[in-house]
Design a protein around this ligand. Structure first.
Ligand SMILES: [Zn+2]
Length: 452
């Protein structure tokens, strides 16, 4: 038997069906599963690793539903630009990425996610320069090194400037090559088993960088292979205007016509939807990855989170790529989601517990894993975070959920992923952060030099 980890004397927010919250309780993990959750002291487990949880809150591990890991090595550029200007500044820099750059960027971005409570990360990688090497393999290796549960995408772009798209020729691929590479990636890596640490996603980039033919064929491939589908949609007013001029319809009308709605689909951003479209998303069970920090950084607007939730559309959180959210901190997205929802819809628009639900259960639903992760229940996977709430920034706040969501990000005492410690006492235990910081700086400098 594997050594159990016993967390004792902590407040626990389970996010289970009854939304049970324990003022003083315990959580026990053994192997990769949760084996006990309850009030009061934990039962005795011989030889257990015991964590003193007094002063702490245990939550389910957070799920990140939208990110571009490689962007960690292209941060701080086009600092005051709109999405389209930001993209056209960054495409030439991104054209230089290779296996080494992607591995370092992914290690750093995933390390930051882990340090901010994330146990399951989805990534949207859509950029495969011809000389880049095995970029998907590089980020999968990085996720294994950091130790997170991982849902990477074989993304794509096949619509360049010469065909009316936004990206330059140097960063797009041929449609047939994309579909062959995508199917090969699924066959090589996708693990559909219930405890899976690695599931693939099919993710063409966006309406203005992908042809309608690729969108349609990508959807057919995803459904034939039983994997989920993801793309950027309705992020900016510019994108809406581009769709009207190019296709004579809204981004959602365009996507829906190509087979891109359903419980196996989630869109990044989903800001500019009207009432009828929100109803359609709810009725079809199509999800949205809400990225409040990135949306504010690029001045894109803010998603109608309360309306989407009311309509029945699952809304998860995403830090988005670090080139448009330099913080890359998942726990901060919870607070930003709450603040922006209330700035938009008033003080009742999103309560603190609903905000936590975005990062946990709803994120799990979006990835199709609500039966395995997203709540602390016996039999579920041992993905959890232990937050320290008894230091100056949080001391005295009697509701631990309010402390976590409304105050500054707390110290992370422990992060377990699949039962294994990835963060302990606010330190990543799997990789050396100072070494990684040096590699990030060197990699970003060489990419900028390459781009001239
Ligand atoms: Zn994005």
């Amino acid at each position: 038997m594997e050594t159990p980890t016993v967390i004792d004397g902590a407040a626990v927010v389970t996010m289970d069906r009854d939304r049970r919250e324990l003022a003083t309780g315990h959580v026990v993990a053994q192997g990769n599963k949760i084996v006990a959750v309850g009030e009061g002291p934990a039962p005795r487990y011989d030889g257990a690793r015991v964590i003193d949880g007094r002063g702490c809150l245990v939550t389910p591990g957070f799920v990140n539903t939208h990110q571009h890991l490689y962007q960690w090595v292209t941060r701080g550029l086009a600092a005051d630009a709109t999405l389209f200007d930001w993209l056209t500044t960054l495409y030439p820099v991104w054209a230089g990425i290779d296996e080494d750059a992607v591995r370092v960027g992914a290690q750093a971005a995933l390390a930051r996610l882990a340090r901010t409570g994330c146990t399951t990360a989805a990534d949207h990688h859509y950029l495969f320069p011809r000389e880049g090497g095995d970029l998907l393999g590089a980020e999968i290796l990085a996720a294994q090194e950091v130790g997170l549960r991982f849902h990477p995408s074989r993304g794509s772009m096949d619509l360049s400037q010469k065909d009316g798209g936004l990206p330059p020729d140097s960063v797009v691929e041929d449609r047939d090559e994309i579909l062959i590479a995508t199917e090969a990636a699924i066959d090589r890596w996708h693990d559909p088993s219930p405890d899976s640490m690695l599931r693939l996603v099919i993710a063409p980039c966006s309406p203005f960088s992908v042809t309608d033919g690729l969108m349609r064929e990508a959807a057919e491939l995803a459904r034939r292979k039983g994997v989920r589908m993801h793309t950027h949609l309705a992020e900016t007013v510019d994108e809406g205007n581009w769709c009207q001029q190019t296709f004579g319809c809204t981004p959602l009308e365009y996507a829906a016509d190509l087979g891109w709605t359903g419980t196996d689909v989630w869109f990044a951003h989903g800001i500019h939807f009207d009432d009828a479209e929100i109803k359609q998303l709810g009725q079809t069970g199509t999800g949205v990855a809400h990225c409040p920090s990135s949306n504010a950084r690029l001045g894109a607007g803010i998603a109608r989170v309360a309306d989407l939730r009311a309509a029945g559309s699952p809304v998860g959180l995403g830090v988005d790529g670090a080139a448009s959210n330099e913080a890359g901190s998942l726990v901060e997205e919870i607070r930003h989601a709450l603040l922006f929802a209330r700035a938009r819809g008033g003080p009742q628009a999103l309560d603190v517990r609903a905000a936590l639900e975005l990062a946990t259960l709803d994120g799990a639903r979006i990835l199709g894993r609500e039966n395995e992760i997203g709540s602390l229940e016996v039999g579920k996977l041992a993905d959890l975070a232990v937050w320290r709430l008894d230091t100056l920034p949080h001391a005295g706040i009697t509701d631990p959920v309010a402390a976590l969501v409304l105050a500054t990000p707390p110290p992370l005492d422990l992060l377990l992923v699949n039962g294994r410690p990835v963060v302990h006492q606010d330190t990543l235990v799997t990789l050396d952060e100072p070494t990684l910081a040096t590699q990030v700086a060197t990699t970003q400098q060489s990419l900028l030099t390459k781009a001239g």
